[in-house]
Design a protein around this ligand. Structure first.
Ligand code: RIB
Length: 307
């Protein structure tokens, strides 16, 4: 790895969450919920996770010139994240409407706003920042052409590119060869590989297809089951840590942020996946997106207690 710097390029949202016994079905109104508002967005959640877990983090997103955008940027600064390259748009800042049910599952609708105004041209202006990074961490809540441009520049200069392909969308063929590590969940890996992923065998098969497309390594996260870590050297299943989950929002984001930190510290892919498994297992025991992300001390304490 060229440097320990982790650059996250992605989305920033304000999350408006209602917790109720069940998720509403189409046309249904569910009463009796509790409302909270907090900072979210897959990009921002991953940047916050990487920072709290010990990374040297720069975050670039695009927000509106409005109260939500200002408040988000202020909170990323308070986390100690380098926000000096954040961009501003005439579109409103992103907002996510989240429902969480009693079994910790969620459903999310996003009004992307400024996130979708993040263009490949914007990324060209970030070329020197990208080239200086050791790891570039990307997701798919900004336009895919923008993600492609960032991945291309990074890969050309030997930056380790991690893509969390969430939410799933059709990816241009070209992008696969720029990706050092792809971290999809079961649904995303299934859609990308054209295979139904439900267990270790099918996850391994999907990872083989994705590596056949040119991706360096693949980790398929499988929620409470665990994760399948696949590289050219073989594959290994890492079981999850059993915890009483109350909210899975940002669990995947915590996993990706944690994994980036561990890789930036020189850990192997397997050890990084074990570290990320512990961090995300703590996140699901807490409510909210960024509110749920643990610190390095909390994560290390859980690891030490399990030895
Ligand atoms: O991954 C969780 C995130 O997805 C939420 O914070 C919400 O903003 C959506 O983008």
């Amino acid at each position: 790895m060229k440097s320990r710097k982790i650059l996250v390029i992605g989305s920033s949202n304000t999350d408006m969450t209602v917790r109720a016994d069940k998720l509403p079905s189409p046309g249904e109104t569910v009463l009796g919920g509790a409302f909270t508002m907090g900072h979210g967005g897959k990009g921002a959640n991953q940047a916050v996770a990487a920072k709290r877990l010990g990374g040297d983090v720069t975050f670039v997103c695009k927000v509106g010139k409005d109260l939500f955008g200002e408040s988000s940027v202020r909170s990323y600064e308070q986390e100690g994240i380098d926000t000096s390259h954040i961009l501003y748009s005439s579109q409103p800042s992103g907002v996510a409407l989240i429902n969480v049910d009693a079994s910790a599952e969620n459903s999310i609708s996003v009004a992307s706003g400024a996130n979708l105004d993040f263009t490949p041209e914007d990324v060209k202006g970030l070329e020197s920042v990208i080239r200086e990074a050791g790891i570039l961490l990307l997701q798919l809540e900004i336009p895919v052409e923008t993600v492609l441009e960032a991945a291309r520049i990074a890969s050309e200069s030997g930056v380790y590119v991690i893509l969390n392909p969430a939410p799933a969308c059709r990816l241009p063929e070209e992008i696969y060869r720029y990706i050092s590590l792809l971290i999809p969940n079961e649904t995303e890996s299934g859609q990308m590989a054209g295979i139904q992923v439900s267990d270790r065998q099918s996850a391994e098969k999907a990872a083989e297809v994705l590596m056949g497309n040119g991706v360096g390594n693949v980790i398929i996260t499988m929620g409470s089951k665990g994760s399948m870590v696949c590289s050219k050297d073989g594959s290994e299943f890492i079981p999850s840590r059993k915890v009483p989950a109350i909210d899975t929002t940002a669990a995947g984001d915590t996993y990706c942020g944690a994994l980036s930190v561990a890789l930036s510290e020189g850990k192997s892919l397997r050890d990084a996946a074990c570290f990320a498994t512990v961090a995300s297992s703590i996140a699901v025991t807490r409510r909210g997106a960024q509110e749920s992300v643990p610190t390095r001390a909390e994560t290390d304490a859980v690891i030490a207690a399990s030895l």
